[in-house]
Design a protein. Structure first.
Length: 703
């Protein structure tokens, strides 16, 4: 052999060696077989699978190494089929690891070819997909398991690619909603949402996408067949894009209609007022918490309205509780007709209602204005004529009633429900104070007044124990300017503030019921003073007037208490006069008349104070044992500036003459006042023209 040929052979051997090294470096099995299925080539990848060497594999078939003759026969027949068709084919097949007996999964490329002798052979490249297959099988098993779980739980599954708007729903979702899967299934789903709940569902989805607020809601859904169901829907963002924006939403839903029905039956008994069918206090607390959370989520102010009917008790007392109940039902319906569907109206108790307003505005002032306008609309609706059927009357009655409303606005979690109710109630008190049939907004000034009242109440209680009160006396004169009587007026000798007038503390005393022990002290102290005057001939002619509060008269033991105090003082009863105001008569005129008549029989007389400022009626003078009328000082003050006041004063004086009742003019501050009142025929005069209220030591010098 010449050198050139030898060099060529050596070069060819090096190429074959290089090619063999390359093929053996590939970890995946590479092999070639003849028609009988025997190996004519094998790389290290297949040799390692069969725990042998490439050289040992030449001339042998698979089962020689694996011991699996059935598998070996399959490999042979499959290879022959491909060689026969002489077409390249991709197949999935299994092979056994001869060392571990482990079954491995392969994705094989099988290519038929002919050798130099024109004999059919086949070369195979196998890709080990055992791990991938295991993952696939696990995923399929999990998907199957999830399908079973969803089937058992009755839950439908959905996912939504926000960016492509592609939607997937499983069969259970379609069964629940009645909406068939299609490219329009999501828009069809939206169309089937009950109109009142649609905004809530879509804004909740938006809140999940934009603010990552959990999506876990219940809503009503009208299926294409017309049936309305309740759905419990939960979802979350599963995938984000490179910019961190939500890409894929996934969720599950469940039909909870039956559960809702059972729940509503229970809630109806536990959380709703049986008369008006409105939420009661328990449910109101939950709704307020939801409103606070709603305000936080959507960054808008809400409001709480505390509504109370004005003088509701008059209806109950006049026509019975059934009439009152019928009116409450109508009022509840009227409030509901004014507020929005997303808002809440609850019966707080008695004739009190609470309205919770959601999502008013992102600006507090605008939110407050909207709340006030709605309160005014509610008041306007309530004050319209109400027709009530009375059981013991032949015809129905047309009744008119008004309401007062207190308002407070809230934002996020700045307040808890109890605090919001307290502030709205405080504003309601202000509305009542303003004259009723009105609304008032809570503000910090109200809070200051509340704190002041609380402090004052505490100090009043302490002063009662320490006897820090004293009586002043304002003289009353006849037309000849003879001092004939006096009015006893309380003063508070405050340890730090000095002498405090009743206008600064009586209302607080009334609200806390301290007016009851204070009233008893005033009457007892006045009787003791009257007893002293009656024991001195110089003062025996004097009469003494004592103010009696409404709360005193409304007490069951009022008459017995008055008789006890007066009897203990051993005075001439005819010289003691009790002053009452018209507010006492509004609550229970029949009961009041009975009590007054009892005390008149005992020997006392009564004066009607501030006559003409309230709801004065000739019926009072006809049915009540009134011995004296006191013209309110507001009429006297403007006597010469207001013609109507002049007419009013003269009319009251003439009225007293006609009924045989004495008339006292309060607020006489000038000689001109005195002269014109004397000209009209007024009997008694009281005011700064004669004297301010003074201590008893100064009063006696006026004699």
């Amino acid at each position: 052999m010449d050198n050139a040929l030898q060099l060529e052979l050596n070069a060819e051997r090096e190429k074959n060696k290089l090619l063999l090294n390359i093929v053996n470096s590939i970890p995946e099995p590479i092999m070639a077989k003849n028609w009988e299925g025997n190996f004519i080539f094998a790389n290290k990848g297949i040799a390692e699978l069969y725990s042998t060497s490439p050289e040992e594999m030449i001339g042998k078939e698979d089962s020689f190494f694996t011991g699996n003759k059935e598998q070996g026969q399959f490999f042979k027949e499959n290879a022959q089929s491909i060689m026969r068709r002489f077409e390249t084919e991709m197949v999935y097949e299994d092979s056994t690891n001869a060392r571990t007996a482990e079954i491995r999964h392969y994705h094989s490329l099988k290519i038929p070819f002919k050798n130099n002798n024109d004999e059919l052979n086949i070369v195979m490249f196998a890709k080990d997909i055992t791990e991938i297959t295991a993952l696939k099988n696990t995923a399929e098993a999990n998907a199957k398991r999830l399908g079973h779980v969803l089937e058992v739980s009755g839950e439908g599954m959905w996912d939504w690619n926000i960016q492509t708007n592609e939607v997937f729903q499983n069969q259970k979702w379609a069964d629940i909603t009645g909406v068939k899967h299609s490219k329009r299934s999501f828009s069809e789903f939206q169309d089937c949402l009950v109109e009142e709940d649609k905004k809530y569902v879509l804004t909740s989805l938006q809140a999940l996408i934009e603010k990552k607020i959990p999506y876990d809601i219940e809503y009503r859904f009208r299926r294409p067949d017309g049936k309305v169901i309740w759905i419990w829907d939960r979802g979350q963002v599963l995938e984000y894009d490179d910019q961190g924006k939500p890409k894929l939403l996934v969720g599950i839903m469940q039909d909870i209609t039956e559960k809702k029905f059972n729940q509503s039956e229970i809630e109806l008994m536990a959380f709703y007022d049986t008369l008006t069918m409105l939420p009661n206090r328990a449910l109101l607390n939950d709704r307020l918490n939801l409103a606070i959370e709603h305000s936080k989520r959507f960054e808008k102010y809400g409001a709480v309205l505390f509504l109370d009917l004005d003088n509701f008790k008059i209806l109950n007392d006049s026509y019975g509780h059934q009439a009152g109940d019928d009116l409450l039902v109508i009022v509840a319906q009227r409030i509901q007709s004014v507020i929005r569907k997303d808002d809440t109206v609850a019966r707080f108790g008695g004739d009190e209602f609470v309205i919770v307003l959601n999502e008013l505005d992102s600006e507090p002032v605008k939110a407050a204005i909207k709340a006030q306008r709605l309160a005014q609309s509610i008041c306007h609706s309530i004050k319209q004529k109400i027709n009530i059927k009375i059981s013991n009357m032949a015809a129905d009655i047309d009744y008119f009633i008004t309401a007062s409303v207190g308002i407070t606005i809230f934002y996020g979690q700045s307040k808890v429900p109890s605090e919001l109710l307290q502030l709205a109630d405080l504003a309601l008190y202000q509305a009542k104070k303003n004259g009723r049939d009105d609304s008032a907004m809570f503000d910090p000034v109200m809070q200051e007044k509340l704190d002041y009242s609380t402090c004052l109440d505490k100090e009043l209680r302490q002063s009662l124990k320490q006897k820090d009160f004293v009586l002043y006396y304002q003289p009353q004169y006849d037309a000849k300017q003879n001092l004939v009587s006096a009015e006893a007026l309380i003063r508070w000798n405050h340890p730090e503030l000095g002498l405090v007038n009743p206008g600064d503390f009586i209302k607080v005393a009334e609200e806390s019921n301290l007016i009851l022990p204070i009233g008893d002290w005033v009457l007892s102290e006045a009787c003791q003073q009257l007893k002293k005057w009656q024991s001195d001939p110089q003062y025996q002619h004097l009469s003494l007037s004592v103010n009696i509060s409404a709360k005193q008269i409304w007490q069951k033991d009022f008459v017995a208490g008055i008789k006890r105090i007066v009897s203990d003082s051993d005075i001439n009863v005819s010289k003691l006069k009790l002053e009452i105001t018209e507010s006492i008569l509004l609550r229970d005129i029949n009961g009041t008349a009975e009590k007054l008549n009892d005390l008149v029989a005992f020997g006392l007389t009564f004066s009607l104070d501030d006559f003409g400022t309230g709801y004065s009626s000739l019926g009072y003078l006809k049915n009540l044992p009134i011995d004296e009328l006191k013209i309110d000082q507001s009429f006297i003050r403007d006597l010469f500036d207001n013609k109507m006041d002049l007419i009013m004063v003269k009319s009251i004086i003439d009225l007293g003459k006609n009924f045989g009742i004495n008339v006292v003019a309060e607020g006489v501050e000038t000689e001109a006042h005195f002269e014109i009142l004397k000209e009209f025929g007024c009997k008694i005069y009281q005011g700064y023209y004669f004297s301010r209220p003074v201590p008893v030591s100064e009063f006696v010098t006026l004699i």
